[in-house]
Design a binder for this molecule. Structure first.
Ligand code: PLP
Length: 346
């Protein structure tokens, strides 16, 4: 089984170069990104692993992708022809993966298999290294969409085999399908993203226990900028959406929605401060957020609080924060702004 770890979107906010370096050191021969710029950034950082570019197009002016040794995913016959034209005169065959739209209705070829096979036969200088598709509802047991997608994909795969076309890698599964046991027998590669970073987001109505055990990679902290005692009835923050019900020790944190800290956490979320949960008071604003630290009088400006992570027994993970904010762990993690300093620890 080949693992194609997904490091798109700055490795879901964790830092693509650092994540790819760690994965390569752990033995990954390939990583996957979404667009060519992300692939080039890995090359510019000196990474030599194979890079699969999953969601871009092969238009004119994109010769750099071949020169940089990136492996494109082809989504249309036009892309296939363009890639073949672009690679004329290259020393060896250029590899690509072909994506089939097996019923998600997004990227991928959605044609009768015979047409695809004949188009592949007409291409020169190219080697189809992979055949792939993507599931729309993999973690949802109640849905028949995954089974339908497998049937549609299998149809294409069978036609390929009859035509003597056998891509080295056949892959459909991302974290949801891996974690919830969608393992059609023909798979020999998987594309985990979210699970690498420590989460499995069950989309099902009755989520089952996932088959993989993962733990969160990232912790997010913020610094206390100021602490103040305010009397009962004091308004806090924009629009005075909160008023203190008693004398309150409030701490103002240097984090806001410009950092990707979700605004819907206003008056709803909490952080871990001084070893206790501390509720958010009022609106999360662009650069600062206020919390109630009445129970932790020892806290001072300069102290760190945990927005995401654990302190002792207490834990706030991306799943829980996302739920409170009406988000998913995907958009929460991807939304952590580049101005938030990343520190890598072993
Ligand atoms: C993002 C993505 C993945 C990884 O998805 P996760 O749910 O994060 O595991 C895999 N394949 C494709 C095509 C993707 O776009």
């Amino acid at each position: 089984m080949e693992i194609l770890p997904v490091v798109k979107a700055e490795a879901y906010g964790h830092g693509a170069v650092e994540a790819a370096r760690v994965l390569a050191a752990e033995g990954a021969r390939r990583v996957a990104v979404s667009n060519f710029e992300e692939g080039l950034a890995l090359r510019e950082a000196g990474l030599q692993v194979r890079v699969l570019v999953m969601a871009d197009y092969v238009g004119c002016g994109r010769a750099a992708l071949v020169k940089s040794g990136l492996t494109p995913v082809v989504h249309s016959l036009e892309d296939l022809k363009e890639l073949s034209r672009m690679t004329q005169g290259s020393s060896g065959p250029v590899s690509y993966h072909l994506k089939i739209d097996s019923g998600m209705g997004r990227l991928g070829l959605c044609l009768c298999p015979a047409k695809i096979v004949s188009a592949i036969r007409e291409t020169r200088n190219l080697e189809i290294e992979g055949l792939m598709s993507h599931f729309a509802s993999a973690a949802d047991d109640a849905s028949t969409q995954t089974a339908d997608q497998i049937v549609a994909f299998r149809d294409v795969l069978e036609s390929f085999r009859h035509a003597g076309i056998s891509p080295r890698y056949v892959h459909l599964s991302s974290s949801g399908a891996i974690a919830y046991g969608r393992r059609p027998p023909f798979e020999n590669a998987v594309r985990p993203g979210l699970a690498l970073y420590g989460y499995v987001a069950g989309g099902g109505r009755e989520p089952r226990q996932p088959l993989v055990r993962v733990s969160p990679v990232l912790r997010w902290k913020a610094t206390i900028l100021a602490v103040k005692e305010v009397p009962e009835g004091s308004p806090i923050g924009y629009g005075a959406t909160f008023r203190t019900a008693r004398r309150t020790r409030a701490a103002v944190l240097g984090v806001g929605y410009a950092d990707g800290y979700p605004r819907p956490l206003s008056n709803r979320g909490q952080v871990i401060a001084g070893g206790r949960f501390a509720p958010i008071l009022g609106a999360v604003s662009m650069d600062v957020t206020t919390i109630d630290v009445t129970q932790s009088p020892q806290l001072r400006p300069g102290d760190a609080v945990t927005l995401l992570g654990s302190e002792g027994e207490l834990e706030l993970d991306a799943m829980r924060i996302a739920r409170t904010a009406g988000m998913t762990p995907y958009d929460l993690l991807c939304g952590i702004h580049p101005r938030v300093k990343r520190v890598y620890v072993d």
